[in-house]
Design a protein around this ligand. Structure first.
Ligand code: 5RP
Length: 218
């Protein structure tokens, strides 16, 4: 039986056909995406470049020889590939376990197709068991936390974590997210919130996940 890392590698390799022949691709962040970049390296002569969602991804892309491009220069991207922390049956996601949610959400918004890759443990019926990451302006951290308590969550400051945008992360525990779009909109409206790791208004278009040793898509 494959380990979780082997499953991540398997699903990452399964995403490569989706990007073949596409000049510029958006690339997410995380351990699954590291495997995707490794797999992509074998086809780098086909790829014009990539738009990166984090400093870590930029470093990895450069290491394998894939040019990193600025989203302001590329225009709309044909495809964005990224992982997730939770995925519900309608392809809405929780993301941000790796603190890269803001740039990830920007690239997802700027892409025609979002392909989400994950090992099968990320599939859930209802989002919320994974604490919901929220990027906040540092001086707003306590205020935002109090507002999140009013919504029924239990906010926990991710100490020692500074995002690539120099902000802080609050992880919200104890949420059962039965209406992800409504919650995403509500949290977006709290002053001091930079980005919430709920990808519901712009969900994935295709999800590739492992099911046992197989890859399934929906
Ligand atoms: C980073 C993310 C990642 O996509 C998410 O945390 C999944 O990571 P991994 O592939 O390591 O399980 O949202 O901000």
């Amino acid at each position: 039986m494959s380990t979780q890392d082997e499953l991540k590698r398997k699903v990452a390799e399964a995403a490569v056909p989706y990007v073949k022949g596409i000049g510029i691709i958006g690339v997410g962040t995380g351990s699954t995406i590291r495997y995707f970049i490794d797999a992509l390296a074998d086809f780098k002569s086909d790829i014009e470049g990539a738009v990166s969602s984090s400093v870590a991804t930029t470093e990895h892309l450069k290491k394998v020889g894939i040019p990193v491009l600025d989203l302001n220069e590329t225009g709309t991207l044909d495809i964005y590939v990224d992982g997730a922390d939770e995925i519900n049956p309608v392809k809405q996601l929780i993301k941000g376990g790796g603190a890269a949610l803001t740039r990830e959400k920007i690239i997802a918004a700027a892409s025609k197709k979002f392909v989400c890759i994950a090992d099968g443990s990320k599939r859930v019926d209802v989002l919320g068991k994974f604490p919901l990451p929220i990027e906040v302006i540092p001086m707003a951290r306590s205020y935002v936390a109090r507002e999140l308590v009013k919504l029924g969550g239990q906010p926990v400051w991710r100490e020692n974590c500074v995002t690539d945008n120099h902000n802080h992360i609050i992880d919200v525990h104890n949420l059962t997210i039965t209406n992800p779009i409504e919650l995403e909109q509500t949290i977006n409206h709290i002053t001091g919130v930079v980005c919430v790791g709920l990808f519901a208004m712009r969900p994935a278009d295709v999800v590739l996940v492992t099911d046992g040793e197989q890859i399934v898509s929906f």
